[in-house]
Design a protein around this ligand. Structure first.
Ligand code: ADP
Length: 549
């Protein structure tokens, strides 16, 4: 027997309709990169999104067809987020920081027919255009007077096209399972893989991230979206902020510590989201601001951090400088991305600050709708006891069930998606990521967590950044090597480093050697990139390796 409830579809267009109708005068603030700030409201954004819908239809873009962006976080990108998928077309947000050959691969593999791009990326566009024969039009996100001098097919000016488009448009009542947008994984070890989101998965994800024990986004919030909108839907904030009717601040590509600080201060942001490297720059800048001034300037109560593990130092400094709670979240492109969020339970009310920092180091608990579990190599479930490490698998309505046009064995018959992360889960369901499976160090049949070792190294005040990789050892199979960057003007010896780390990890985990370098490699999303490090240290022999003698 079916229930007698309406079968209204969950559609992304309804999010902006809700924001415009119920929070119409709430602001969207966008930094244009030339020092100018653009301001309008959710109500105006809806009108512009409808103009975009008319625009893409005038370009001949059909339902299901892919339209790409190469763009930073601006109001124009937001309009494309709603206007393109509102017509039934699919928005493919491409990360301009990827290698050119990866960008070309994504544009061709996704079958995108049009690319909307930031003028600052004109050189990149000139390079990729000849390699993407199916792209009929390149639309520059600018005013007529700012058009780049480019010889690419169908070059057009966004604002000129928009001027000719009506802001009247009736959003079609699509099937909620229709594809809405597509993001590609960074492909640090192979070709990028396309993850094709649906209207339904996007709306459910937005709803779950608004919840109180989640990002807790409300109409009272002013959100600084630092996470790029070209990376995993900007953690769904463009959608959840509309659902909640929150004020949204889009910082463009100006992400220096000073700029982030100014935006947090000037727009009275209550919440912000970004990756740990962005927080590091912010904290470095804030270090030189008068402590009382800092507290007055920043009214935020929380920052959301994900993409890689937040070092304890960052968590502590947010508390110390601003009284801000750093809330870790975990997820990935395949999971929309948010699956777990670290919010304390009432039983944590009486923790000492130090104990609370320990808790904040964890990646959080699963949002309702998602399930997470750890498994051994044979597919058996492992206990949630806080110390058994296993392969992390997830399932739920905003988890991918396949990659776009590509076979992959990451899924089992019960919908469990193997994330490629190694993790522990405790009895309360708090997740701790111990490694990417490919980074795990296998020493004498036991596993050593490179993330725990990096975290221990980073707790030394003289260390700016640290990477631990497993390298061949004739007796132990693999042993950890610590590769670290010293902070400007500070010094520490390898022996002193190991002595310091001894207080944080089991003795047999300690790296066999420490190497100091000037800089470490990063991926296009700002994460430590261990592949080139492994290559660079391929022939390294540990001082503890007897075969080395
Ligand atoms: P990629 O890095 O391949 O572009 P994602 O951006 O989807 O892909 O990154 C997802 C990965 O980032 C996760 O599988 C995990 O390894 C890492 N990650 C995300 N959040 C956290 C976190 N809070 N702590 C530790 N690792 C994290």
């Amino acid at each position: 027997m079916n229930g007698l409830m309406q079968q209204r579809q969950l559609l992304i267009s309804d999010l902006i309709e809700h924001a415009a109708s119920n929070h119409g005068d709430q602001e969207i603030v966008s930094s244009l990169g030339d020092g100018n700030i653009h301001r309008y409201t959710w109500s105006a954004a809806r009108g512009r999104a409808k103009q975009v819908a008319n625009l893409v239809q005038s370009l001949g873009v059909a339902v299901g067809q892919r339209v790409a962006t190469l763009a930073s976080n601006t109001h124009r990108h937001l309009e494309l987020y709603y206007g393109v998928c509102g017509t039934g077309a699919v928005l493919t947000t491409v990360n301009p920081r990827l290698f050119t050959e990866q960008i070309v691969y994504i544009l061709n593999h996704s079958g995108s027919t049009h690319v909307f791009f930031d003028v600052s990326l004109a050189k990149l566009v000139a390079e990729i255009a000849p390699q993407c024969p199916n792209i009929k039009g390149f639309i520059a996100l600018c005013e007529a007077g700012q058009m780049p001098d480019l010889a690419v097919p169908g070059l057009a000016c966004y604002e000129s096209l928009m001027a000719g488009c009506s802001d009247l448009y009736a959003w079609p009542q699509l099937d909620e399972n229709s594809a809405s947008s597509m993001c590609y994984t960074s492909g640090t070890t192979g070709k990028p893989k396309g993850v094709l989101y649906s209207h339904r998965s996007t709306v459910l994800h937005a709803m779950a991230t608004c919840m109180a024990d989640s990002f807790a986004i409300s109409a009272r919030d002013s959100i600084l979206l630092i996470v790029p909108m070209f990376h995993v839907n900007g953690w769904g904030i463009p959608h959840s902020s509309a659902m909640a009717g929150a004020k949204l601040i889009l910082p463009g590509s100006q992400l220096s510590g000073e700029n982030v600080y100014s935006m947090l201060r000037d727009e009275k942001c209550t919440v912000s989201c970004g990756v740990p490297t962005v927080w590091l720059s912010l904290l470095e800048y804030a270090e030189n601001v008068d402590p009382d001034q800092r507290r007055r300037d920043i009214v935020a109560t929380r920052v959301l951090s994900g993409g890689s593990a937040a070092p304890r130092r960052i968590i502590e400094k947010f508390e110390q400088y601003f009284g801000v709670y750093l809330c870790q979240a975990w997820g990935m492109t395949e999971t929309s991305p948010v699956v777990t969020v670290n919010v304390p339970l009432s039983r944590h009310d009486n923790l000492t600050l130090d104990e609370r920092f320990d808790l904040q180091m964890l990646a959080g608990r699963p949002l309702p709708g998602t399930e997470i579990a750890i498994f051994d190599d044979e597919g058996n479930r492992l206990p949630h006891d806080g110390h058994t490490t296993g392969q992390l698998k997830v399932r739920g309505p905003w988890i991918a069930r396949a990659y776009y046009n590509r076979e992959d064995d990451a899924w089992d018959a019960n919908d469990w998606f193997a994330t490629g992360d190694m993790a522990t889960l405790n009895a309360d369901g708090y997740l701790k990521i111990t490694d990417r499976a490919k980074d795990v160090i296998k020493s004498g049949g036991e596993w050593i967590s490179s993330l725990d070792l990096e975290s221990a190294a980073l707790s030394h005040p003289a260390i700016e950044e640290a990477a631990v990789i497993g390298l061949r050892h004739s007796h132990w199979q693999e042993r950890p090597l610590l590769i670290a960057v010293k902070r400007n003007g500070m010094d520490v010896t390898a022996e002193a480093m190991l002595e310091h780390m001894r207080n944080h990890v089991a003795k047999w985990w300690l790296p066999d050697d420490v190497v100091f370098v000037d800089a470490l490699p990063h991926t296009a999303t700002g994460k430590l990139y261990k592949l080139p490090l492994r290559k660079q240290f391929e022939s390294f022999r540990f001082s503890t390796d007897v075969e080395n003698a």
